[in-house]
Design a protein around this ligand. Structure first.
Ligand SMILES: [Zn+2]
Ligand SMILES: [Zn+2]
Length: 125
């Protein structure tokens, strides 16, 4: 698993953001690879056992399949692949359910990962 974005990829991501094309990030193998050893998204889902962490904090159980950037991708592209925020030690990437994710992005749902992103066993290689 890649725990931190490389300088080259960060540069590329910043350019995608400038071009309004940051959604492409969600197809990068270091994010999307279904193998938790290689894809950060799968690693977060596995770490959280596919359980929504926001519901969990409220004492409820919901299955979660979306990995949310607590500090939004556009604002902190340097934390795009960081499970923990190195400044605070808090979680930067968390598993959430659809309802909690909509709450987390009242401004624009399209700005975050497509909820239809595949978590299938399909391989990219
Ligand atoms: Zn939830
Ligand atoms: Zn999100």
């Amino acid at each position: 698993m890649v725990d931190h974005i490389s300088p080259t990829r960060l540069d590329r991501l910043r350019r995608l953001i400038d071009a309004g094309q940051e959604a492409r990030f969600y197809w990068w193998p270091e994010w999307a690879d279904p193998d938790p050893a290689r894809g950060t998204r799968a690693a977060v889902l596995k770490m959280d056992n596919f359980e929504c962490q926001i519901c969990k904090a409220r004492g409820r159980y919901s299955r979660g399949t979306i990995v949310h950037h607590v500090k939004h991708l556009r604002e902190r592209p340097d934390l795009a692949l960081s499970i923990f925020d190195p400044d605070t030690g808090e979680r930067q990437l968390v598993t959430v359910c659809k309802a909690c994710h909509e709450e987390a992005h009242p401004e624009s749902l399209r700005r975050c990962e497509p909820s239809a992103a595949p978590i299938t066993t399909e391989r990219w290689d």
